[in-house]
Design a protein around this ligand. Structure first.
Ligand code: ZN
Length: 242
């Protein structure tokens, strides 16, 4: 059985559709979702419907999911993100909001895998893991061999075997007595300079995690952002992967 791990979809239906087609081609059986299904882009309801229709093992809550499903004052968001959250609140139905608000911050699958949006030390505080120092803090609260996470929109893998090391990856072979904290990148708003949608597959039988990048119809996603009256910067950044 092969899993696909998807995160930071951010209402980008063109990217999500391309990723799901690739997952089918790769014969993925089940899905894990690390959250931020909505926010930034123009198809929150369609992306929610697509995710809820998947054979989902687990799904956790992201910061945009939390804000879009509440009436909380927007703190800690840049003006474009805040505008997109306000717009998203107007799009979602009460049922969507209840579903998003009910998502857990972290989920564990058996004894091997944990899924979280941001960090394991304080999942509700939305910290960023960009380096081995912040990775080490999160790894201190990780009681499974592998944790998949997102939030930075940059795919990086950290390994703890005595010391913590980390960096860019294309695949990770899971070794005994090592612990892994793996950022799956972003489906809907990549920020590592590569505009292609990002996700990973995990095959427990082969003990192999693989990163996948998928081309999608960026122009259509951008056109929808403009038409919705969302900030133009949100459309532009999709072309650069920033
Ligand atoms: Zn995000």
């Amino acid at each position: 059985m092969k899993y696909a791990v998807l995160g930071d979809i951010h209402a980008n239906l063109e990217a999500l559709t391309a990723v799901l087609e690739e997952a089918e081609r790769l014969e993925v059986g089940r899905f894990l979702c690390i959250g931020d299904i909505v926010g930034y882009n123009a198809n929150p309801r369609e992306c929610l419907e697509a995710v809820r229709g998947l054979d989902l093992e687990v799904v956790t809550k992201g910061n945009h999911d939390e804000q879009a499903s509440s009436d909380m004052e927007l703190v800690g968001f840049n003006p474009q993100a805040a505008r997109a959250i306000e717009w998203t609140r107007e799009q979602l139905t009460d049922e969507d909001r209840v579903w998003l608000a009910g998502l857990p911050y972290r989920q564990t699958i058996g004894s091997r895998i944990t899924v979280v949006h941001a960090t394991l030390d304080m999942p509700h505080m939305w910290g960023y893991v960009f380096d081995k120092f912040s990775a080490e803090v999160s790894l201190g609260y990780q009681f499974t061999q592998i944790c998949f996470f997102g939030h930075t929109h940059v795919p990086l893998a950290f390994v703890k075997h005595g010391m913590v090391t980390g960096g860019r990856y294309e695949e990770v072979r899971i070794q005994p007595n090592h612990k892994y904290l793996i950022n799956v990148g972003s489906v809907g708003q990549p920020r590592d300079g590569d505009p292609r949608a990002s996700f990973v597959t995990y095959s427990p039988d082969d003990r192999l995690v693989q990163l996948h990048r998928v081309d999608y119809d960026v122009a259509t996603a951008q056109g929808k952002i403009t038409k919705a009256g969302l900030p133009e910067r949100l459309a532009q950044r999709l072309a650069y992967g920033r």
